[in-house]
Design a binder for this molecule. Sequence first.
Ligand SMILES: *[C@@H]1O[C@H](CO)[C@@H](O)[C@H](O)[C@H]1NC(C)=O
Ligand SMILES: *[C@@H]1O[C@H](CO)[C@@H](O)[C@H](O)[C@H]1NC(C)=O
Length: 537
Amino acid sequence: MRQASILYFCVGILALLSDTWVQAEDPYRYYTWTVTYGTRTVLDRPQTVILINGRFPGPNIECVTNDNIIVNVINKLNEPFLITWNGIKQRRTSWQDGVLGTNCPIPPGSNWTYKFQTKDQIGTYIYFPSTAMHKAGGGFGGFNIASRSVISIPYPIPVAEFTLLISDWYRAGHQALKQNLDRGKALPVPDALLINGLSKGASFTGEKGKTYRFRISNVGISTSINFRIQGHTLTLVEVEGSHTMQEVYNSLDVHVGQSVTVLVKFNSAVKDYYIVASSRFTKPILTTTALLRYAGSNTPPSLPLPIGPTYHVHWSMKQARTIRLNLTANAARPNPQGSFHYGTIKVVKTLVLANTAEKINGKLRYAVNGISYVDPSTPLKLADWYNIPGVFSLNSMKTTPVNTPAVLGTSVVGTELHDFVEIVFQNNENTIQSWHLSGTSFYVVAYGDNVWNPSMRKRYNLLDAVSRYTVQVYPTAWTAIYVSLDNKGMWNLRSAIWARRYLGQQLYVRVWNDERSLYTETDPPPNTLFCGLAKRP
Ligand SMILES: *[C@@H]1O[C@H](CO)[C@@H](O)[C@H](O)[C@H]1NC(C)=O
Ligand SMILES: *[C@@H]1O[C@H](CO)[C@@H](O)[C@H](O)[C@H]1NC(C)=O
């Protein structure tokens, strides 16, 4: 008995130590990224795009669970700039999230080094600029986290993998789009869809009989896509860090800001096949193709393109409900994903967040529960840490929808570290929405039509809902999520539809407790940038 408790004590100490030492032990990956404008003929004429080290899209980050990622970003644009790491948890370090609520922007002509760890994460993610409308100009890339070799994955290791970044694209360029929004006008339908920056001609080659992993992300700014491959099926294995039940699909919807991983077996005749991405819920429908090529093929692909859904909202909702967690599979740690019984935890707070499009001072703005978010010149996180008054106040936004006209404001919802929260995204507009939360993933417990009410809770999936970072909300419908707020910090809850976020459809969730401890949150990094009312202490 005594021996056993001493043993447990030792194991406990070891666990604590390994948690603090992990930063020193895990590998470091260093990147230096120079961000510039460049000219590329993306569609039919040259236009200004944003390059990272001369590349459009930017380089992919390939790493392993727990790696330390050091990225020195050199801003050679003529505007302040930040990159955010979409779905990277930034455990204890919202200092590295790269949004204006947590970071001062990197001034033009200078650089700033991000330092963070892919702590306990696996899966397919993306990074992109968070400032202005830069995301519409490029500066994005893939962020792939492989499992550690000691952790088994729930499918045979594929022979190789491909990263597909799918985005909508405008000929007008990100500066013109921003001016358009600044004048208070909505964005038009995009001109095209791109796969890895190309409107056609991207190709992916494999050998007959082998299985490949396709990491597919929607890095666009406004358009949901449907993805499919002629003559082949897609076996879904992972969604933003969760291993899913391995369902087989002919095509998959991927909404703005989302990532999925599928296995594709090359089991057809040796020739080329069309890979198709087409827009969802848009008129007109945009379609782009790439090629799936069998090694040794001399046969071009043949028409027609495989058809996909276009406006079918319920098709999409039904498909979304089939995406479920594999409870017995590992994620980044050897304990199965189902060992966290989220369905049995008591909800301590419910937020019902309704998006609206309204005019404020004659200009289009987007709002959440009557507040259209405006970034203060002092990052919220710095104001919070250094007790700078007058930047934000907690709970200035109502936690249920309002019927009053929207006003400009700085919404911060206050929560306690480890709060278990229900969030309902209520979409009374007839356009698709996509919501992203930084800092932690959430369980998508239900999608429903019309207006949510508490009786809808009976329909929640409390067993095997997928855990992810970005979720769609269908036109005139709602989506409910459960989130365990276990990561102290200031976290952006935002529309992934970029014009909406730019014009105010976002807020921050402050996850806090009064105890100052490196186990729950690190101090500001030594290279912290200061701006607004925040001065170097
Ligand atoms: C800027 O880059 C230099 C190396 O070129 C590096 O030493 C310095 O730490 C970087 N500055 C910041 C604030 O990260
Ligand atoms: C779930 O994960 C297990 C590994 O624990 C794997 O063997 C099984 O095939 C997976 N099931 C499905 C349906 O994906």
